[in-house]
Every structure is written in structure tokens, then in C-alpha cells.
Design a protein around this ligand. Structure first.
Ligand code: ZN
Length: 151
């Protein structure tokens, strides 16, 4: 993914997103949920991934290494996360700064805004895996944009 995407480091400078990012959803993730950390060490470089059974372990891994990375995501596999909700003038709404970034969409699996584009190869899929090139996909986790909830 190109440098046009906001980085997790930039996102975490926002205290509201930062707090949300570090917190498990109310009631926790379902027991079947596994976690995957995607990390891009260099701008425009390849993405690496590492899987975890526990949210806290994945979170601590990100917290430990994020400074050395260009970008990252903490993906909750098989579990779609809604964007952070805030109260504004008494009304609950999705937190605007993470929802209104030009060119970005909320990726429910990456738990952050990402850029969706068209791919014939994607690092989230095995090498040589035939992916449907006409579907827009998250540049980080590879989910198709018609396969996730839209916010
Ligand atoms: Zn994603």
C-alpha cells in the first residue's frame, strides 16, 4: 500500500482513537476470534503478518514495535468492529476524524480506516492465489469492500 494511506502511528496520535484501539469491545471478542498483526516496515515496502490467539498479546506486539514500522494494523479475524462512537451535542455518532479521511474507508477487520483498491495479487493471500480483480480490497487485510459492513 502506498504512502497515501494514513499510518497507524498517525491515527494513534488521536487520543480518542488511541483509547478505542487499545480497548477490547464491551464483553470482549468472541472466543473464536483470532488476531493478526500486519506490519509494513518501510514506506511502500512489503507487508508481514503474525497471528495471535489473544488480543492483549497482539496489542502488546504492536505497542512494542510500531515505532520501527511505517504502518500496521491489528486485525480481529472473523469479527467486524464498528468505528469508535462518540457523543456530540447529546447524539451518538461515529468518530468523525477516522471516518472522513479522503480516500479511506473504515475496514471492520483492520479496525481502522484504510485505502481500498483493485488487486490481482495481494499480500494477505497465498502466492499465486487467484483473486477477483474486479473487487476493491483493503490494502492491508485484503477483505473485499462488498464483504464488510459499511459505515
Ligand atoms: Zn482491512
Amino acid at each position: 500500500m502506498s504512502s497515501q494511506q494514513v499510518s497507524l502511528k498517525q491515527l494513534l496520535r488521536d487520543p480518542i482513537y488511541r483509547k478505542w484501539f487499545s480497548t477490547q469491545p464491551l464483553g470482549g471478542f468472541p472466543a473464536y476470534t483470532k488476531f493478526r498483526v500486519y506490519a509494513q516496515v518501510k514506506d511502500d515496502g512489503p507487508w508481514a503478518k503474525k497471528d495471535f490467539n489473544d488480543f492483549k498479546d497482539a496489542y502488546n506486539f504492536v505497542a512494542k514495535y510500531l515505532k520501527k514500522w511505517n504502518d500496521a494494523a491489528l486485525v480481529a479475524k472473523n469479527y467486524e468492529s464498528r468505528p469508535p462512537v462518540v457523543r456530540k451535542q447529546g447524539r451518538r455518532q461515529y468518530y468523525a476524524p477516522v471516518m472522513t479521511l479522503p480516500g479511506h474507508h473504515w475496514c471492520t477487520y483492520c479496525r481502522r480506516p484504510t485505502v481500498f483498491s483493485y488487486y490481482t495479487q495481494h499480500h494477505a493471500f497465498p502466492q499465486g492465489f487467484q483473486i477477483l480483480a474486479y473487487k476493491r480490497r483493503c490494502g492491508v487485510c485484503g477483505i473485499a469492500d462488498d464483504a464488510i459492513k459499511r459505515f
